[in-house]
Design a protein around this ligand. Structure first.
Ligand code: XLS
Ligand code: NI
Ligand code: NI
Length: 449
């Protein structure tokens, strides 16, 4: 990665490129565990983790919440002449931040990067102007695009949905944005294109034709896929499951639901999952569950790295801080051979009252360190073999004798029943699951870094 990019004006003065100083460092602006070039399990940390910065949270979210206006003053907005000028300055600040923190990727929505114009054509022109600038900055810095997406949920015109809107005209307006965002993603060499269906769901079934909305969503995704492929897009499409918020019920509820949807509509070849930790919790699961579910079905793609709050029931999008969660997440990811097109995108925001300019850096330092620890713990789980071997042994009876026949589908229920009858009750099934033992083993890895 090249040195730090600083545009016409330095937006984070006094902050140099963040360095690795090791676990003993007390410097809040230094990595304690994330040592980009350190090799873990045959691969550099940075290539395992593929960190991406979320443009929307880091450079657009001003700390506003339903009870109060923004608290973060963005210096790039202060002296901007107009919205396009502000967007250009914001992009300078974004690339300054991304290169100073040392992330190799970023992700964006169309409207994060460029303001909406008076007409769809003007909006598209604005996006293409900023795309040209981003392309130039990517070439200068070596930063790459993890994925692009379209914000078809913030504008009032999408209050009843985008692809699932009951008015055809709105669906067509959503298409103007998705088409342009796909063009921008291709232009920027994006490895993926994401659909998060914020308003693709319902507030009440009393006013909703659920079947039609799901059919329309699938039709829209199919059109987007076909268009992107026609334009030469070789990357992966991601669906980002979330059960609710802002809708009462979102169609992309969780990984299992989305997999069923993709298979029903013949989209399972091109679409993979972008799993967000906080969304997993909202669905009544946890991050590990969603990752394992996607991995088991061959649908794993990418990660929106954040965390929720166990007491609050909404998408708090806090920076990941739990070694336990990141260890288990990285364990699943390592088991399936690591990321291919995906990465760890910090879909996380600093708190409303975190207003020091350094806070954005400190938050990312913490998140990156937390995943660096998780990666090393996960590698230890794999190298030490205790946990994976325990799981393997637990199912060993399917790997010999009649168990193999069952696995291969060579037994009928009558034959299976006869095996049970012949074996009798005895001690079959009276076996410890050893959960506490495995938890203790995992805890020892967590401390053993
Ligand atoms: C919101 C989502 C959103 C997507 C991108 O809850 O996480 O940020 O990641 O549209
Ligand atoms: Ni997300
Ligand atoms: Ni989210």
């Amino acid at each position: 990665m090249a040195n730090c990019y600083v545009g016409a004006k330095e937006y984070f003065p006094g902050i140099q490129k963040i360095k690795y100083e090791g676990p003993k460092s007390k410097n809040p602006l230094a990595f304690k565990y994330y040592d980009a070039d350190k090799v873990i399990g045959g691969k550099k940390m940075k290539d395992h983790l593929r960190f991406a910065i979320a443009y929307w949270h880091s450079f657009c979210a001003d700390g506003a919440d339903p009870f109060g206006s923004g608290t973060h003053i963005f210096p790039w907005n202060v002296d901007a002449k107009n919205p396009m000028d502000a967007a250009e300055k914001k992009m300078d600040a974004a690339f300054e931040f991304i290169t100073k923190i040392g992330a190799e990727y970023y992700a964006f929505h169309d409207r994060d990067m460029a303001p909406e114009g008076a007409t769809p054509a003007e909006s598209e022109k604005n996006l293409m102007t900023l795309t040209a600038k981003a392309k130039n900055l990517q070439a200068q810095t070596g930063v790459k695009l993890l994925w692009g997406t379209a914000n078809v949920f913030s504008s009032p015109r999408f209050m009843n949905g985008a692809a699932t809107n009951p008015e055809f005209g709105v669906v067509a307006l959503a298409a103007t944005q998705v088409k342009a965002a796909i063009d921008a993603t291709i232009e920027l060499g994006g490895a993926g294109y994401t659909f998060w269906g914020g308003r693709e769901g319902y507030m009440s079934l009393l006013n909703t034709d659920l079947k039609r909305e799901k059919d329309n969503l699938a039709r829209f995704l199919t059109m987007a896929r076909d268009y992107a492929r026609k334009q030469g897009f070789k990357g992966v499409f991601y669906i980002e499951p979330k059960p609710m918020e802002p809708t009462k019920h979102q169609y992309d509820f969780d990984t299992e639901t989305v997999i069923g949807f993709l298979r029903n509509y013949g989209l399972d070849k091109d679409f993979r999952m972008n799993i967000e930790a906080n969304h997993a919790e909202l669905a009544g699961h946890d991050f590990f569950h969603e990752l394992e579910t996607a991995a088991a079905a061959g649908f794993f793609g990418s990660v929106d790295a954040n965390r929720g709050d166990f007491i609050n029931g909404w998408d708090t999008d806090q920076f990941p801080m739990s070694y336990y969660e990141t260890a288990l997440a990285m364990y699943t990811i390592l088991k399936i051979g690591g990321f291919t097109t995906g990465g760890l995108n910090f879909d996380s925001k600093i708190r409303r009252n975190s207003i020091d300019p350094a806070d954005l850096f400190i938050a990312h330092v913490g998140g990156m360190d937390t995943f660096a620890v998780g990666l090393q713990v996960a590698q230890r789980i794999i190298d030490d073999k205790v946990i994976p071997d325990f799981v393997k042994d637990r199912y060993a009876s399917f790997d010999s004798g009649d168990g193999v026949k069952f696995t291969k589908g060579e037994l009928t229920l009558e034959q299976l029943s006869k095996i049970g009858t012949d074996a009798g009750y005895g001690k079959t099934g009276i076996t410890s699951g050893k959960q506490e033992y495995l938890e203790n083993v995992l805890n020892s890895y967590l401390l053993g870094l």
